[in-house]
Design a protein around this ligand. Structure first.
Ligand code: BYC
Length: 318
């Protein structure tokens, strides 16, 4: 293709983005747009799959049948979200096997939040309330993202996430209305999950390498700092209803901004976790790779079964 043809295609692509038209897999797109989407969508998919592990830890220890059923369904939903997202990513010309290889070899990132341990039942409440709450705030704007398959996957994911958030908040509410020990469990979980939840939104806008370009392409509709602020403003009143204290002495309502001011995030901790040195990074990868390896016979059996079925169908037809 000549330089001029590429320039024309680029101009048409930018015009479509400006008109808020969806870009579909077979449409022409700049190589950087394709790569950036593979990066973000695959990291998102990996986060859903690795995100099953901290909660999976409590399925067998849920305090009642009702809690167990709800948690099991939530973790199953997360597997589903991972699958829609891997499928959306595959439309950009990368195979599922390549994506898994990137995760298992440690080349691909996944959300920092899942590298923290779940040590009490109250962590199931805090994850649903805070982590899924943060996920909704991050993902609602993504329903409007410019790449069609990602936007459509996000619509369904967001509907399910809102149930997850309510499931978590209800656990917190019950604990806070219970004995003083139960309320302490809830406060302890909030203390441990608050700051990592704020880190989920990524580095500050000043430090974010991808935000500027991703906003231009309408991959991201809001910046990391805007979403983080929205999360804080939405969550503080919810903590007040629970009667819990946000573990930030600098948290203060700012009447001029009509928003909460908040304390400094520990960015050293964030980057340590992102680089693989968080409290649970090694365990999470070990569990993921272990599940992949021990599931090999299931994949082989499913393939053999599919091939056998296809052969017998062919015989019937001929
Ligand atoms: N953790 O330029 P930036 C869920 C990386 S699943 C790890 O701001 P971007 C759930 C970033 O990748 C939640 N790494 O990047 C599941 C980049 O590194 P690379 C997952 C992070 O992409 C189960 C570098 O730092 N949600 O909710 O513009 C149960 C510079 O950052 C993190 C999504 O994936 C982090 N927190 O913005 C319950 C949503 N933050 O790639 C719940 C979709 C940043 O250059 N993703 N990094 O090596 C996004 O919205 C954006 O990708 C982010 C980051 C806001 C996360």
């Amino acid at each position: 293709m000549s330089e001029e043809q590429i320039k024309n295609l680029e101009a048409e692509f930018e015009a479509r983005i400006a008109r808020d038209e969806k870009i579909e897999p077979k449409d022409w797109m700049p190589e950087k747009y394709r790569k950036t989407h593979i990066r973000q969508i695959s990291q998102h998919a990996h986060s859903e799959i690795v995100g099953m592990l901290p909660e999976g830890n409590w399925i067998t220890r849920a305090p009642s049948l009702r809690r167990k059923v709800a948690l099991l369904a939530k973790v199953q939903d997360e597997a589903g979200h991972g699958l829609y997202l891997y499928s959306a990513c595959e439309t950009l010309g990368i195979s599922r096997d390549e994506l898994y290889e990137q995760l298992h070899s440690g080349k691909a990132k996944y959300s920092s939040i899942f590298n923290y341990p779940t040590v009490t039942w109250a962590d199931m409440g805090a994850i649903g309330w805070l982590v899924d709450g943060a996920a909704i705030i991050n993902q609602v704007p993504l329903c409007n993202t410019s790449f069609g398959p990602y936007a459509r996957a996000m619509v369904r994911v967001c509907k399910e996430e809102s149930f997850h958030q309510r499931q978590g908040y209800e656990i917190m509410l019950k604990l806070c209305q219970g004995t003083s020990e139960q309320k302490e469990l809830a406060q302890d979980a909030l203390n441990r999950w608050w700051w990592p939840s704020l880190m989920m939104f990524g580095p500050t806008d000043a430090e974010s390498t991808h935000t500027e370009q991703s906003m231009k392409w309408k991959l991201k509709r809001k910046t990391n700092d805007e979403l983080r602020q929205q999360f804080i403003d939405q969550t503080v009143p919810q903590a007040e209803i629970l009667g819990l204290t946000i573990p930030d002495p600098d948290l203060k309502w700012n009447e001029d901004r009509k928003s909460y001011d908040f304390g400094e995030i520990n960015w050293d901790e964030f980057w340590q976790v992102v680089k693989g040195y968080g409290p649970m990074n090694k365990e999470r990868m070990k569990a993921r790779v272990g599940a992949w390896e021990s599931g090999e016979w299931v994949r082989d059996a499913a393939m053999a079964h599919a091939e056998k079925k296809a052969t017998s169908l062919k015989k019937e037809v001929s």
